[in-house]
Design a protein around this ligand. Structure first.
Ligand SMILES: Nc1nc2c(ncn2[C@@H]2O[C@H](COP(=O)(O)OP(=O)(O)O)[C@@H](O)[C@H]2O)c(=O)[nH]1
Ligand SMILES: [Mg+2]
Ligand SMILES: [Zn+2]
Length: 265
């Protein structure tokens, strides 16, 4: 997973969405912080320290200066145990193609300047490409087109298990209730004293509001105080209504590799 430290600026919520999606693939994940040449050493160290507890061993790299490239090459080779495929994924414009060029000398993939006010890349990579990594023990590396807002899994349990922080806290036993939402609930063993807890909460709320909206759109009922009641139009008028609709629209639209729809990232 490649994410830029600057241009586009690192967005912890967006990065979390990418990581949650990648977790679903069930493969080892390496977090790569690109464009390290653009930050002072102190700012770089602060990001590494902040992202360390997320559980993906963040590695700062720069395709420009070469910092971290050899380290990444050996980490990829080590994880692949003689063969296999590593996939570079992440938002557009973070430098995936540049990094692959640095990893595989002589490759010369097309790279685009980050465009415009939104600081998105221009999607010069239009399909998945596989390249052999020299000294990589038969490892192939794939470049992918970026897309900027992966969908979250529909199931809250699946969301929770996509957070290494939660998995680690549940290693010694589960919460009191099997369907615990890990939001300061009684008997919860996860707790809220971890940095990404607020991001987990936002993802969970998004999933829950989408599934509520889906049920309402299907004209269903909802549980309230232990009984089913029909859904009323007025219930749309929650504080989160606007957000909920937006998120739902985001979830239902198919992934668009060109990401051509204008709007906030
Ligand atoms: N300063 C700096 N810029 C970089 C680095 N890697 C990529 N870039 C720039 O970021 C932009 C997007 O790069 P690209 O590789 O096309 O990103 P991709 O969309 O993730 O494949 C280009 O303008 C690159 O020159 C880096 O390590 N340092
Ligand atoms: Mg690219
Ligand atoms: Zn819990």
């Amino acid at each position: 997973m490649v994410v830029a430290l600057v241009e586009p600026e690192l967005d912890p919520l967006q990065l979390t969405r990418f990581l949650v999606t990648a977790e679903a693939a069930g493969v080892p994940l390496q977090l790569v912080l690109s464009k390290a040449d653009r930050l002072e050493p102190e700012a770089l160290a602060a990001w590494v320290e902040r992202l360390g507890p997320w559980g993906y061993d963040p590695l700062p790299v720069s395709s420009l200066s070469g910092q971290g490239v050899a380290a990444l090459r050996s980490r990829l080779a080590k994880n692949s145990c003689g063969g296999g495929i590593a996939v570079l994924c992440g938002p557009s414009g973070v430098g995936k193609s540049s990094l692959l060029n640095a990893l595989v000398p002589g490759l010369a993939l097309r790279v685009a300047a980050v465009s415009g006010r939104l600081q998105r890349g221009r999607h010069t990579t239009r399909h998945v490409e596989l390249h052999a990594l020299e000294q990589g023990g038969g490892l192939m590396v794939a470049d992918t087109p970026g897309f900027n807002r992966p969908a979250l899994p529909p199931d809250p349990l699946q969301l929770a298990s996509a957070f290494p922080e939660i998995r680690q806290r549940l290693e010694k036993g589960g919460c009191r209730f099997a369907n615990c939402r890990h939001l300061d609930d009684p008997g919860c063993r996860v707790g809220i004293d971890w940095w990404r807890h607020s991001l987990y909460r936002r993802c969970l709320e998004e999933i829950e509001s989408s599934s509520q909206l889906t049920r309402r759109a299907q004209g269903g009922t909802r549980q309230r105080g232990g009984r089913e009641e029909p859904l009323l139009q007025a219930q749309w008028r929650h504080a989160s209504r606007r957000l909920g609709r937006q998120e739902l629209a985001g979830e239902l639209s198919p992934p668009d590799p060109e990401d051509s729809t204008p709007g906030p990232p």
